[in-house]
Design a binder for this molecule. Structure first.
Ligand SMILES: [Fe+2]
Length: 264
């Protein structure tokens, strides 16, 4: 895509600063048009205040965080793997990435598993808890909300899920290693989980999203993460834009979101 890093300005020092500055409208509009062609775009109210196009950039106070604002290695994961309405696709656009910091990708196609493990992974014998970023943001912005109560419920009392699902010949996948466990006392599920974690770790490969590059991740087939890097916080750090695309067509409730994107 056409990206003009000069017009976009220096990499902001926080996502809030990026939202306040409208200099990336052309870049965001291009990404929004592309993402909208894949399905219904949406955002979580808990991430960057519900902004449809989000900013992935290093934030000094978040260096150690497992998020798009950290700079330690971001462990591979399905985006929002805990949630049944997680995105189908993630679209990432590079504004700048002069150090060529890689995104990591591993797909279910690359995973070699014993048949026994495969069938256990298709059963509802696993728990995926929400990552703490959602809970932190909700506690800050909506401490008395029903959403926060539900998010706590998902954390404390998650529903058992299968990690592989869909077509047995070409299964889909949901997993977020640090937040996924087997049901208590289920030795077979623990073993199958360890097997798929090992395989996905082995299968990771690097993809550099550079200036003007778009990476579309199929969130039902691939996990993604990021290598560790050394940020400078001087306006030249890696900066990507991100959008989420839903699996199902837009419902009435989300149709307004589409209008918001097209109004960028
Ligand atoms: Fe992610």
């Amino acid at each position: 895509m056409r990206v003009d890093p000069g017009r976009c300005g220096p990499t902001p020092l926080s996502w809030q600063e990026a939202l306040d500055d409208g200099r990336q409208e052309l870049e965001e509009a291009q990404l929004a048009l592309l993402a909208s062609s894949l399905g219904g775009v949406f955002a979580w109210p808990t991430i960057q205040r519900g902004r449809m196009v989000q900013n992935l950039l290093p934030v000094e106070s978040d260096r150690e965080e497992q998020s798009g604002h950290g700079s330690v290695a971001l462990e591979w994961h399905t985006e929002d793997g805990f949630h049944q309405d997680r995105c189908r696709y993630l679209a990432l656009l590079g504004i700048r990435n002069p150090d060529r910091v890689p995104t990591t990708i591993g797909t279910v196609n690359d995973v070699r598993l014993a048949e026994g493990h495969r069938s256990v992974l298709r059963e509802r014998r696993f728990l995926i808890r929400p990552d703490l970023e959602h809970l932190r943001q909700l506690a800050r912005y909506a401490p008395d909300s029903e959403m926060l109560r539900r998010a706590h419920e998902m954390y404390e009392n998650p529903e058992p899920v299968a990690l592989l699902f869909g077509d047995p010949e070409a299964p889909s996948l949901r997993i977020d290693a640090p937040y996924t466990t087997a049901l208590a006392g289920d030795g077979e599920a623990t073993e199958a989980l360890a097997a798929i974690v090992d395989e996905l770790t082995r299968a990771q490969r690097d993809v550099v999203v550079g200036e003007g590059d778009v990476l579309i991740v199929d969130n039902y087939r691939a996990v993604h993460g990021r290598r560790a890097f050394e940020p400078r916080f001087d306006g030249t750090d890696r900066w990507l834009k991100r959008m989420s695309v839903a699996a199902s067509p837009l419902s009435k409730a989300t149709a307004g979101a589409e209008a918001r994107v097209l109004a960028i």
